[in-house]
Design a protein around this ligand. Sequence first.
Ligand code: NAP
Length: 294
Amino acid sequence: MTPAPGPQQKIGLIGLGLMGRPMGLNLLKAGYPLTVWNRTASRAEALVAAGAKLAKSPREVAASADVLLTIVSDPPALEEVLWSKDGALSGLRRGSIYIDSSTVSPALARKISAACAERGARFLDAPVTGGTWGAEKGELVFMVGGDAETFKAAEPLLGAMGKRWFHLGPNGAGQIIKLAMNMILALEVDALAEALALVTGAGIQGEKLVEVMQSSMARAPVLDVKAPLLLKGEYAPSFPLRLMHKDLGLALDLANQIGVPLPATAAARETYSAVKGAAKEDLDYAAVMKFWKK
Ligand SMILES: NC(=O)c1ccc[n+]([C@@H]2O[C@H](COP(=O)([O-])OP(=O)(O)OC[C@H]3O[C@@H](n4cnc5c(N)ncnc54)[C@H](OP(=O)(O)O)[C@@H]3O)[C@@H](O)[C@H]2O)c1
């Protein structure tokens, strides 16, 4: 039986990338006993130094946990940690809760939900927004799909890593909203890059556009963060372009399945694709600006 919600619950965390590491550190700070696994074991060092236990496999993490949490890159990565030999699903405890915060397809979320039900575990798709700084400050926003009772049971844990959590419907609903959210962010940054290309091409400093934009209805928090990076041409990955490209693909796949045309998203994905194809290193999605700076 899962202990009452709170720091006495044992947590398992799989995926210690840009997001998973700070989320794990916040769980330790909140007093949760934490067991972790990452494909590249060296990425677990900071968490182990802060008190986490390092498991030998995803299965061992799941077997140790009242609540299992995963946050890995994409659908193939998630399928691998769940279904490969010594995958997490084979170790999942009856009565436990499994929360996935990776951004994947709603169809995969529903498939995982069915696999959890077969094992007597409850599942929430709970992708996040807020970026690496949100993960570090414990100010993530969770978009959650699943049943209301499981959502309620997970709230204290989500509160250790986030500032808001929304229950949006059955399994898959969190992923649907997340994909729509990332479409908007991708289009906003792509639009800013395109407008900067126009302004600078016409002989006016990009800073002038940003200055006016900040006093207009075009102002948006994402542009506060990304505009200085576009102006300086600094693209160290915070939300990597390869992941934004993946999310636009997932949104377009969903749109195809349900017959909703997304012409602006399709065009933006072409732009992100061109930059991704030419990139030699891991870049932030602000690097969409490079499309105009070849
Ligand atoms: N970064 C952001 O600002 C942000 C914001 C919101 C949502 N997200 C979403 O959160 C998820 C994680 O993002 P991130 O920024 O933390 O990505 P990341 O830094 O690239 O980390 C990806 C994680 O997935 C693991 N992984 C990749 N392929 C794997 C495989 N085949 N088997 C096992 N593990 C595998 C990586 O392991 P290794 O260390 O071994 O490579 C790493 O732990 C993504 O779905 C992303 O879209 C990210």
